[in-house]
Design a protein around this ligand. Structure first.
Ligand SMILES: N[C@@H](CCC(=O)N[C@@H](CS)C(=O)NCC(=O)O)C(=O)O
Length: 255
């Protein structure tokens, strides 16, 4: 079992039904989801997209300042948001949450992770590439500008290297734009409206919110601007679900 697919401290096995009387009130409605989110975050927006576009009932809780509390850590040792609680399961990691929701609510969100093993593998490949490789460059290119903390070992997190932050951001932005063009524009978005075909999948919910941050560091290619417009106008719930990152970066867009 993945270490991200965690149990609460009250019950040891995610697949064993917990005693109802020991759970907090919000967990009593077995079908509803408690969603711990950081409102402006692109990662949290992915989860919100699956929930809203799928029409899944949920309660959103602001996780700002909460991710390192003993209560949060007991449920989510990763100390990260997004994270969800549903039916006794505590899940963090954006991609794991998206797949969990599609599996737990097949009638509502199953369509966002469709098909056989090969179709799912394509969605997984794009989703993982976006969350790991692309996001790595996005953070280096944009976090110093927007005031998000970087990670140990990064130039912007190293006081002695502060004179090199601008150069490091520039190099990361150049590679970010290169990857957006090479992998997404010229490949996954070449012949289809969305990344894995003409219907949106979790790969789109992973990638599209990140583009609202990418536009801080790079001028988005025309194809990506059109893609975001399609997401906003053709995918019910997407626009509302991504108000956080869109609003947060609206006045920081690179001209
Ligand atoms: N790999 C994680 C990354 C999530 C992440 O980095 N979350 C940050 C905000 S965007 C966070 O919750 N930070 C809180 C903390 O470090 O305590 C995912 O894909 O969900």
């Amino acid at each position: 079992m993945s270490s991200h697919f965690l149990t609460t401290s009250r019950h040891k096995n995610v697949f064993r039904l917990p005693s109802i009387s020991t759970l907090p009130t919000h967990a009593l409605t077995m079908s509803s989801v408690t969603f711990h989110a950081l409102p402006p975050s692109a990662n949290s927006s992915c989860t919100r997209c699956v929930l809203k576009c799928g029409g899944i009932d949920f309660e959103e809780v602001n996780a700002y300042g909460q991710t390192r509390t003993p209560e949060y850590l007991a449920k989510f040792p990763t100390n990260l948001a997004p994270a969800i609680e549903h039916d006794g399961a505590c899940v963090s990691e954006t991609n794991a949450i998206a797949r969990y929701l599609c599996g737990a609510f097949p009638d509502k969100a199953g369509k966002f992770y469709p098909g056989d093993a090969k179709s799912k593998a394509k969605v997984d490949m794009v989703t993982e590439y976006t969350g790991i490789t692309l996001y790595n460059y996005l953070a280096k290119a944009t976090y110093p500008t927007i005031g998000f903390p970087l990670y140990a070992g990064d130039v912007a997190a190293t006081e002695a290297l502060k004179d090199h932050v601008a150069g490091s951001q520039e190099a990361a932005a150049a590679e970010l734009l290169n990857l957006i063009n090479d992998k997404y524009v010229n490949n996954w978005l070449k012949d289809s409206t969305f990344l894995c075909g003409d219907e949106p999948t979790i790969a789109d919910f992973r990638f599209a919110p990140i583009m609202y941050f990418a536009r801080v560091a790079v001028v988005l290619p025309e194809r990506i601007v059109k893609y975001l417009d399609d997401m906003e106008t053709k995918v019910p719930g997407f626009k509302e679900a991504t108000e956080g990152p869109r609003g947060f970066t609206a006045d920081k867009v690179k001209a």
